[in-house]
Design a binder for this molecule. Structure first.
Ligand code: F6R
Length: 235
């Protein structure tokens, strides 16, 4: 793993955006894996800035997001569809048809998982996957478990994740209890991985990711086995 400790969150955002921009310059038709949540917001703001100043171009880029809440349609303000539109897609020249996020309202969720996994394969796989880190070590919504989940599937969110995500909803009751998430196997197939994490509530998970044993109880620890992973973190 290539590990970078940034001196500030601003520095982390810039470094992460530069890595993604570098991927786009090297391969303009890159397939990028994106994440939602608080962690990537600054990175997306930097990418928008690099786009506005003409350094990067999203015209040929394809994206696949990690996950979506089951039960939230794309116009729900807390859906990840809405998040991506608000925080990145509507602000750059990406083609809507090239952006992919699992549907949280598919009539057959299992079929939706299979369709999503196949769509990633049909696009040639992910060149660079951006990840945040859950307080409990989850990546995507792959929660601590006795085994590493392989492919895109419907996952139950843990109490810790529901509690962490309550800040975006009016009450804990409104937080969806399930999501469709890329599996650990799906994530590990990405040619390059970039994980970003910062803040006091991530300290323990970052420490375990960098120095702990590889265990499905700490899903992100599997990244230690990926040949091209960069971790950028800050206090
Ligand atoms: C989001 C995702 C999650 C988050 C993680 C950290 O698409 O897959 O794994 O990256 O929960 O969330 P934040 O950044 O809000 O602390």
């Amino acid at each position: 793993m290539n590990v970078i400790k940034a001196k500030s969150v601003e520095e982390l955002n810039k470094k992460a955006a530069v890595m993604i921009a570098g991927q786009m310059l090297e391969k303009p038709d890159s397939v990028l894996g994106f994440a939602t949540g608080s962690s990537p917001l600054g990175t997306y703001a930097e990418l928008i800035r690099l786009y506005q100043e003409g350094t990067i171009d999203f015209r040929q880029v394809t994206t696949f997001n990690l996950d979506e809440y089951v039960g939230l349609g794309q116009d729900h303000p807390q859906s990840y569809h809405y998040f991506m539109k608000e925080n990145l897609f509507s602000k750059v020249n990406i083609k809507a048809e090239n952006t992919h996020i699992p549907s949280g309202v598919a009539a057959d969720a299992q079929a939706e998982c299979r369709r999503y996994e196949e769509a990633i394969g049909a696009a040639g796989g992910v060149d660079l996957q951006l990840l945040g880190l859950g307080r409990n070590g989850h990546i995507g919504f792959n929660e601590p478990d006795s085994i590493f989940g392989k492919e895109t599937s419907v996952v139950k969110l843990t109490e810790s994740t529901i509690e962490a995500n309550t800040r975006f909803f009016e009450s804990p009751r409104e937080v969806p209890k399930e999501a469709i998430s890329m599996g650990i196997g799906t994530i590990m197939k990405a040619r390059k991985i970039l994980l970003i994490a910062y803040g006091a509530d991530k300290k323990e998970a970052i420490e375990k990711l960098l120095n702990g044993e590889v265990s499905p109880q700490m899903p992100a620890s599997i990244l230690q086995l990926h040949p091209q992973t960069t971790i950028i973190y800050a206090d």
